[in-house]
Design a protein around this ligand. Structure first.
Ligand SMILES: Nc1ncnc2c1ncn2[C@@H]1O[C@H](COP(=O)(O)OP(=O)(O)OP(=O)(O)O)[C@@H](O)[C@H]1O
Length: 586
């Protein structure tokens, strides 16, 4: 565990100071107990010799004062060490976060990461001091007392010495059991959290279905499972804990019996017997207390393991000499296969060519692989086979942070920070001038939204952007894309129904982005107007490209795209206008 801590926190000087103080306190306690021998020998005799006892008493007094002083110093040192360790662990975890492939961030992993950065890191840093301190004391006091006893009477010393390894081995076993139980209960706790969130989110559906009271089945099952595992964990750790207490009690009985025997047989003086019995009590007491701390140690082992596992997550490989600039804005996927898990590949031998300045619309049924194409272009994921090329270079040849400066991405579910609408837009270009902000907002039809808001640009948008509608949030994201002036724009168009104003505004904004000859746009299209603005449509099905061509061309083939178009036409009374040679609608 200590080695593990060193690996996670390479500069643990504050923790060393705290451990050294605790060790000093423990050894001092043991040595102070040793003073009982000369003191009792001087006092417990027919004619007590207080003069002989006085120097030892003075020694004892000085020792007690020193002990008090060290304890006073140890408390703030412990707090500081715990605080610094917490900060160091969180910094390392947050540092790791920025190097992970974005495809890693599934909902479940985000939950695990949040718990590790918050509660696990806090518990590790707290337990290191709150449990680590007493464990050092409870280990070193018996060791020092054994050494003192061996010096005075080797027979009693040997009894104490024999108790130590048995107790420590049992405690180690206890600790392993507790760590395993913690891991087991964490799985059950995660399940409860997931079901509780789901239950909260599903309230409208459950109420609409009249199942508000009965819809807790899964949550109930998760709670029952957690309770079952908790009871199991308690049962499993009970036996080793009771064994430790048993060994400690047996050790005390043995010391008592041998002490009485030595006293009655005249082999040990009364003063030494009394002192040895006091020492035996102080030897066994901390060992018993250790059993109480073993659960904390198990939880500490488990917490350290969680932090280590996260820090070991493979990072996105960085090339030795990364390309910094994008030669052009063309995009190519060459024989790309991507597999998420053991199932069939999400993309299977996909080849796509998007010339610089063109607009490509991706269409296809749900699960056909459209989002995966976007994720691979942005290198949120790496391909399993084949390569993704931006500006003629493999995405793996760029530094990922640099690569992202060339991309603007508009997600379907836009997340906004709980700050002003201006700050949310500035995220794309913090140094943008007022004129640039206004121009981007106008292009994305966000200006209409800003004008309507009570405090205009200074209006706070609420957590996640809750003060704005889905369509308005997507306008902010599109405005970010305009403001960033990135040569490559990736859009996952909102699939849900929008009101007429948002629908028209977003369509117009995407069409404007698509018309810009300096931008290459790839859009997952859900709206006819977006398809109409595209130079080419790529139709995907089950991870394969089934059709490629200009929208008007593909209409005539009667294939997959023509069928999608027919659905759109029925749903919205819409048709693709044929384009003239220059690409302008006729
Ligand atoms: N993180 C993931 N882990 C495992 N499988 C995934 C993951 N993301 C997507 N998939 C699977 O990969 C396949 C392609 O998914 P993808 O999201 O790319 O399709 P899509 O065409 O964008 O679908 P939709 O239109 O519903 O968003 C699907 O079978 C999907 O279940």
């Amino acid at each position: 565990m200590i080695r593990e801590l060193h690996r996670l926190w390479p500069e643990p000087a504050p923790l060393h100071r705290f451990a050294a103080l605790q060790a000093a306190l423990a050894v001092l306690q043991g040595l102070l107990l040793g003073l009982l021998f000369p003191i009792l020998r001087a006092v417990l005799r027919p004619e007590p010799d207080f003069a002989a006892a006085t120097p030892w008493l003075l020694f004892g007094l000085a020792g007690v004062l020193l002990h008090w002083l060290l304890s006073v110093v140890a408390t703030p040192v412990g707090f500081a060490a715990s605080g610094e360790l917490g900060v160091a662990l969180r910094m390392r975890l947050m540092g790791q976060l920025t190097t992970l492939p974005l495809g890693w961030f599934t909902a479940e992993r985000k939950g695990t990461f949040t718990r590790t950065v918050t509660s696990v890191a806090t518990s590790v840093s707290r337990l290191c001091v709150v449990v680590g301190g007493p464990v050092i004391t409870c280990t070193l006091v018996p060791v020092t007392v054994t050494a003192v006893t061996l010096v005075v009477d080797w027979r009693l010393g040997l009894v104490l010495l024999a108790t130590l390894p048995v107790t420590f081995l049992l405690l180690r076993h206890c600790r392993r059991k507790t760590a395993a139980a913690c891991a087991d209960m964490e799985v059950a706790a995660n399940e409860i959290a997931a079901r509780a969130i789901e239950y909260g989110q599903a309230q409208p559906v459950l109420r609409a279905a009249g199942q508000a009271r009965t819809g807790t089945r899964q949550l109930d099952a998760a709670l029952t499972e957690h309770h079952r595992r908790y009871a199991l964990a308690l049962n499993e750790s009970l036996l080793p804990t009771l064994s430790v207490t048993g060994v400690v009690t047996l050790g005390f009985v043995a010391v008592l019996a041998i002490g009485v025997h030595l006293l009655t047989s005249g082999a040990l003086a009364v003063a030494d017997t009394v002192a040895l019995l006091v020492l035996a009590v102080r030897f066994l007491e901390p060992l018993g207390a250790l059993a109480g701390h073993v659960h904390g140690l198990g939880a500490l082992d488990y917490g350290l393991d969680r932090v280590r596992q996260l820090l070991r997550t493979p990072q996105l490989p960085v090339p030795a000499n990364p390309a910094r600039t994008l030669p052009h804005s063309g995009i190519d996927l060459v024989g790309v296969t991507h597999t998420y898990g053991p199932d069939r590949p999400a993309l299977d031998g996909v080849t796509i060519h998007c010339p610089p300045g063109s607009t490509t619309a991706l269409v296809g049924p749900s699960g056909s692989g459209k989002t995966t194409v976007i994720r691979l272009i942005a290198r949120f994921l790496d391909t399993t086979e084949g390569s993704v090329r931006l500006g003629g270079l493999d995405v793996r040849d760029y530094d990922h942070a640099d690569l992202l400066t060339h991309l603007a991405i508009v997600f379907q579910d836009v997340y906004l920070f709980d700050t002003t609408i201006e700050d949310n837009l500035r995220l794309a270009r913090p140094a943008a001038t007022r004129a640039e902000l206004t121009a981007a907002a106008r292009a994305a039809r966000l200006d209409e939204v800003v004008d309507r808001l009570p405090q205009g640009w200074r209006t706070r948008v609420g957590e996640g952007g809750a003060q704005l509608s889905g369509g308005e949030r997507q306008r902010v994201a599109i405005a970010r894309a305009f403001l960033k002036q990135a040569p490559i724009v990736l859009i996952d168009e909102a699939a849900s129904a929008l009101d007429a104003a948002n629908e028209a505004a977003i369509s117009a904004a995407i069409t404007e982005l698509a018309r810009d000859p300096n931008r290459t746009v790839v859009v997952i299209a859900h709206r006819p107007s977006t398809l109409a603005a595209a130079d080419q449509v790529i139709s995907l099905d089950a991870g394969r490209v089934v059709e490629t061509g200009a929208p008007a061309e593909l209409l005539g083939t009667g294939g997959a795209f023509a069928r999608i178009h027919q659905q759109f036409s029925h749903a919205r009374g819409w048709r693709i206008a044929a384009r003239d040679q220059q690409g302008a609608p006729r």
